[in-house]
Design a protein around this ligand. Structure first.
Ligand code: SF4
Length: 444
């Protein structure tokens, strides 16, 4: 099999893994080395499915002795198989880098003969890149559940981000759909990574030149919609993973039907809107001081598809509102839909110079479309608003109810392919119409 054939099989097999972002690594170019991994990160991807372009996202091999029912590479699936040699993959990465196709590598692997065999081969690729080719760019590597402690530690010293997929939100689902994996052999490497990260931080504080261990931290991925697990279970698990294992990110991946197990959903579009709502809720846990139990509970275990989780929380807690923006503290400002961490800080700074009006808030970056219902300025509500559940719910969901295309991912929405003709205006067209040409992180 020639290299191009291998590349096509192994990049295609890797496209279902969404856990790739380089945010968190900050290493500028050094003399005598190639590449850099800077803080804004390399968040594009090389995959043809539209996710994460710009890292070469590839598997070492798609041969796998495990039979995870939700995975295209499971041993019982009849697909073409291929394996890179460490030399092939390392030189391919460098060739791509030199041609400016990619800025880094996202490397995962099927389980060849044992988790350790695959991990050893991955270590060899990274070792070649870091030593023979002096590659200093971003590398995200996936540890294999059940591998040895030494290999996790070795891989961590060679990559920027190390992750291990939790895969499914509950142990019960894991036992049914991934019988070769156990909760323990996923959790154990996570604890090793956490402990080694803590130890490494102390070493770096004492010895400036000590080698860094996974400087961009660890992350994980969870598949959404393959099992009946609820959003409440998923969020609770994410919260505990962030707390116990100091994860940088939990990635949620809408299940794309590739299996034929009787328990797996068939012929259903990937639940992309659910994935989107979970990312929003996850954002609230990490940056807004929310707890999972504030957003969902046993009685209401699913996120509202029509409303983002912060607006939903605010509607359930109208007794907290309206919030007077000229006197509220930061924690309370962060509870207001439409005010994010950045606009909260700007409000705190700007109001030192005088009382703020609704116009000032707009200039500061507050999303008035959402915030208007929940705030007062100088003691006055925004003209025309009422603090009642029905009024606010009607208005906040009007667009989405009127037109399903208003949903961030309507049923007609398709995942963008790298090669498809865009059905939305190109960024350049938006610019020519006066757009700012930059994706802004939305305030929730
Ligand atoms: S271990 Fe499971 S999820 Fe990973 S490649 Fe093999 S079958 Fe797929």
């Amino acid at each position: 099999m020639d290299l191009m054939e291998k590349l096509s099989i192994l990049t295609d097999s890797a496209k279902y893994d969404v856990a790739c972002t380089s945010s968190g690594s900050n290493r500028s170019g050094i003399k005598g080395a190639i590449g850099s991994a800077c803080l804004p990160g390399i968040c594009h991807s090389f995959a043809a499915d539209g996710r994460c372009i710009s890292l070469l996202k590839v598997l070492m091999t798609n041969i796998c002795i495990y039979d995870c029912q939700y995975c295209v590479n499971r041993r019982s699936n009849d697909v073409p198989r291929a394996t890179f040699t460490p030399d092939e993959l390392a030189s391919l990465t460098m060739e791509f880098y030199r041609r400016n196709y990619i800025e880094g590598l996202f490397l995962s692997s099927g389980v060849m003969q044992s988790p350790d065999t695959s991990m050893e081969r991955m270590c060899r690729v990274l070792m070649l890149l870091r030593t023979k080719y002096r590659f200093n760019g971003y590398i995200h590597a996936k540890a294999i559940p059940g591998c040895s402690v030494e290999l996790v530690q070795r891989l961590g010293t060679l990559c920027d981000r190390l992750s291990i997929n939790i895969e499914l939100p509950s142990e019960k689902s894991l036992n049914i759909l991934a019988p070769d994996k156990t909760k323990e052999n996923i959790i154990k490497p996570m604890s090793i990574i956490r402990d080694t990260l803590t130890q490494n931080k102390q070493e770096l504080a004492v010895y400036r030149h000590a080698s860094a261990f996974a400087p961009a931290g660890q992350s994980t991925q969870m598949i959404i919609g393959a099992t009946p697990d609820t959003d409440w279970q998923i969020l609770r698990l994410s919260e505990s993973l962030y707390k116990k294992y100091s994860l940088k990110r939990v990635f949620y991946s809408a299940y794309i039907p590739v299996g034929n197990h009787s328990l797996l959903p068939k012929d259903q579009p990937p639940p992309l809107l659910r994935e989107h709502r979970l990312y929003q809720a996850d954002w609230l846990l990490r940056f807004y001081g929310f707890k999972a139990g504030e957003l969902l509970d046993d009685k209401q275990p699913s996120l509202d598809p029509l409303l983002d989780p912060k607006c939903n929380w605010a509607l359930g807690h109208l007794e907290t509102f309206p919030v007077e923006v000229n006197s509220a503290d930061k924690e309370l400002l962060l509870r207001v839909p439409g005010i994010g961490p950045q606009s909260a800080m700007r409000i705190l700074t700007a109001r030192r110079a005088g009382l703020l009006s609704f116009d000032d808030l707009k200039k500061i970056g507050v999303v008035m479309k959402r915030a208007a219902y929940f705030i007062t300025c100088k003691g006055k509500m925004f003209p025309g608003t009422r603090l009642t559940h029905s009024f606010i719910y009607e208005n906040l969901t009007a667009d989405t109810r009127r037109n399903s295309k208003g949903l961030p991912f309507s049923p007609e929405t398709e995942q963008l392919s790298f090669f498809s003709i865009p059905s939305v205006p190109m960024l350049s067209t938006v610019n020519s119409r006066g757009g700012d040409g930059e994706w802004q992180k939305p305030s929730m």
